[in-house]
Every structure is written in structure tokens, then in C-alpha cells.
Design a protein around this ligand. Structure first.
Ligand code: FAD
Length: 307
């Protein structure tokens, strides 16, 4: 049994089902209403600990996303070039090793200031999550919209807890906290590459192209629970992105999105022994990088469930 149907729960369920387990997913929210559906989502290890494990999970996930990018219309995953502003080339090379062969310093035409040019997976979550759900169903898994009120009450010999911020109440684990992120979706004025920058005023600014849509970000507000889009914040996001690419200023706004990143000092990915002999594995607290590490975490969680 997997509790939670965001990117972490669905990916974990897919790995388990494809390894031959009979998998049920219980999720409080339909996939379209999860934090995962809000994400941008660029493969990059933003605000995630522990560093060494996150690196291994991210690099394994990179391998999977590279393969999924062969069928972008179905999977929602594409390899897209862009600029990581204010990032250090030597550090990035040391971190990624040979796995990001095209990594280089951005030229002055590509970015004002020091930046890295990279080709990374960009995941269109409104396409990717339904594709994950279908892949699970095809592997014989099931999904039910059900809220779990206690992990001990789930009648299954193996339970994998992938509830993200929900773990705060469910475990309970007060160290899981929201980091609010707001985005603006605009009609894409013809932009084909992405940019992530800390912006002129030190605030984060980024844009991710998804076919006819451009996702503009963003914010990271620690401990803030509101999921209502703030019009003043939206205006500031558009302004910061337009400072990077002027054509964004006139782009038609298609919508606003807010998500609460499930932040924790470190991801909790471990097996917790149960007195009655049942197996409980936790896989939550992925903060701002759940998409980046999903496959590596899923495989480790599946291994813990089987051991
Ligand atoms: C604005 C924004 C931008 C982001 N950009 C990126 C990015 O570019 N790259 C990246 O890698 N990451 C990004 N992230 C982070 C990423 O979205 C998260 O790390 C990831 O979605 C976490 O996935 P999850 O499955 O753990 O959580 P969620 O998607 O929140 O899923 C949790 C699941 O648990 C279920 N649940 C909770 N409690 C219960 C319960 N009691 N009973 C049953 N079910 C329960 C929920 O219904 C849901 O299905 C971004 C996040 C935000 C908000």
C-alpha cells in the first residue's frame, strides 16, 4: 500500500508494481490538486538534504528522465537547454561529474552575469502525472481517493508513506513545514529555453517553456500555508521575469498556481520497524526538488520495502 499520490507516491507505486508487487495507492487529493501538479518542473537539486543521498537520487532520476524524453508528448518530459544564473561551474561539474556533458559557462548574450548553460530534463507535470498514473494502472496497480487518518490503521502488510506535507499530521512529524511557492502561467511568446536567476533584487526569477505555455516563478516563503494566489506577488513575478526577457511583459496571463513544498531538514527515506511485524517505509520531505529525485527515491523505497 502506498499512501500519497503525488510524484513521489506515484513513482514509488510504479516501481513496486513493475517489480511484481500488488500495489494500491490511497490519496487524499486527486493528482491534479497535489503540490506535484504545481511544480515547474526543472530537474535540479534545489533546497534538498542530505546532499550525498540527494545527489545519488537525482543522478538516477536524470537517467530515467533522459529515457522518458524520447517520448515527450506522452511522458511530459523533454530535455531543454537553459541558464542557471549565479551558479558555479566548478561546483556543478564536481557535483554532476560526467552526467551533464554540455555543461558550460553561459555567454554574455545568453545571460547577464555569471551563469551556467545546461541541457536538463524539464517536466510538464499536468502531462507527466496522468502518464505516471496510467503507467501504474497498466502495471496492475489501483488508485483510490481516500484520506488516511493513521498509518497504523492501514490494513496492509507493507505501507509506504509518501504523503509530503501531509506527513506533518499523519506521522506526526512537526519538522515537515510548508515552503509556499507561487507561479504565473502565461501564453508562451516564443521562448524555447529556460532561465533560473536570483534576479536583480535578489529575489528568485525563473521561466520554463512548455509548448504554448510559459511557467513563470517564483517565490519560496518558509512556513506560509496560504494557497491563495496573491495578485501583487504575481505582478512582481511577471516583472522580474520580464527584466530577463522583455517579451514576457506583454504575454497573456493564463492562470496562477500556488503550491506548498513539503520541506524538511532532510528527506525522510527509511524503514521504521513496527511492533506487529508490518513494514512501514517513509518517503517524504522532498522540499523543492521532489521531481528531481523521485525515481532514485522510489527505487530506494521499494528496496527498503522488500528487505
Ligand atoms: C511552485 C513550486 C515549484 C516547484 N518546482 C520544482 C522543480 O522545478 N523541480 C523539482 O524537482 N521540484 C519542484 N517543486 C517541488 C515538488 O513539487 C515537490 O518536492 C514534490 O511535488 C513533492 O511530491 P510529494 O509527492 O512528496 O508531495 P505531494 O505532491 O504534495 O503529494 C502528497 C500526496 O499525499 C497525499 N496525502 C497527504 N496526506 C494524506 C493522508 N492523510 N491520506 C492520504 N493521502 C494523503 C496527498 O493527497 C498527495 O496525493 C516545486 C514546488 C512548488 C510548490
Amino acid at each position: 500500500m502506498v499512501v500519497g499520490g503525488g510524484v513521489i507516491g506515484l513513482t514509488t507505486a510504479v516501481v513496486l508494481a513493475e517489480r511484481g508487487s500488488r500495489v494500491r495507492v490511497w490519496t487524499r487529493d486527486p493528482v491534479e490538486r497535489t503540490t506535484s501538479s504545481v511544480a515547474g518542473a526543472l530537474w535540479w537539486p534545489y533546497r534538498i538534504e542530505p546532499v550525498a543521498s540527494a545527489r545519488a537520487w537525482a543522478l538516477r532520476s536524470l537517467e530515467v528522465y533522459e529515457a522518458l524524453a524520447a517520448d515527450p508528448d506522452r511522458t511530459g518530459v523533454r530535455m531543454v537547454e537553459g541558464v542557471l544564473g549565479e551558479a558555479d561551474l566548478d561546483k556543478a561539474r564536481a557535483w554532476a561529474g560526467e552526467r551533464l556533458p554540455g555543461l558550460r559557462a553561459a555567454t554574455a548574450e545568453e545571460y547577464t552575469g555569471a551563469g551556467l548553460w545546461a541541457r536538463l530534463p524539464l517536466v510538464d507535470m499536468p502531462v507527466h502525472l496522468p502518464w505516471l498514473r496510467q503507467r501504474l494502472l497498466d502495471a496492475g496497480g489501483t488508485i483510490e481517493t481516500r484520506t488516511v487518518s493513521g498509518l497504523g490503521a492501514v490494513g496492509a502488510p507493507v505501507v509506504i508513506n509518501c504523503t509530503g506535507l501531509g506527513a506533518r499530521e499523519l506521522v506526526p512529524d512537526a519538522s515537515v513545514k510548508p515552503v509556499r511557492g507561487q507561479l504565473v502561467v502565461v501564453a508562451n511568446p516564443g521562448i524555447r529555453t529556460w532561465v533560473v536567476s536570483t534576479g536583480g533584487d535578489g529575489e528568485m526569477a525563473y521561466f520554463f517553456p512548455h509548448a504554448d505555455r510559459l511557467v513563470l516563478g517564483g517565490t519560496a516563503e518558509d512556513g506560509v500555508w496560504s494557497t491563495e494566489p496573491d495578485p501583487a506577488v504575481a505582478e512582481a513575478i511577471v516583472g522580474r521575469c520580464a527584466a530577463l526577457r522583455p517579451e514576457i511583459a506583454g504575454a497573456r496571463v493564463l492562470g496562477h498556481r500556488v503550491g506548498l513544498r513539503p520541506a524538511r531538514d532532510a528527506v525522510r527515506l527509511e524503514r521504521e520497524p513496527q511492533p506487529d511485524g508490518r513494514v512501514l517505509v517513509h518517503n517524504y520531505g522532498h522540499g523543492g526538488a521532489g521531481v528531481t529525485v523521485a525515481w532514485g527515491c522510489a527505487e530506494e523505497a521499494a528496496g527498503l520495502a522488500a528487505s
